[in-house]
Design a protein around this ligand. Structure first.
Ligand SMILES: [Zn+2]
Length: 76
């Protein structure tokens, strides 16, 4: 089963939950305060990919400090 991320409307806790795809967009219960938690915008999967792949230029022009091209000293 895929894992989805949810955010509690009450205490803002983020947690992950393994659910069937058919129930992925249904609200669930916060493990902490038992209030309603909605599904967080699931961008973590493709977000991670673009962070590593797209942000870093081909050939790698990151500075010595970060190697990813995204720290403050990388910007020229
Ligand atoms: Zn909560």
């Amino acid at each position: 089963m895929p894992i989805y991320e949810y955010v509690c409307l009450g205490c803002k806790t983020k947690f992950e939950l393994m659910r069937p795809l058919s129930k992925s967009s249904e609200p669930t219960e916060c493990p902490k305060c038992k209030r309603t938690a909605n599904r967080a915008l699931s961008q973590f999967a493709c977000f991670t990919t673009s962070e590593a792949g797209v942000t870093a230029p081909v050939g790698g022009s990151g500075c010595a400090g970060c190697a990813s091209g995204s720290c403050s000293t990388c910007h020229t």
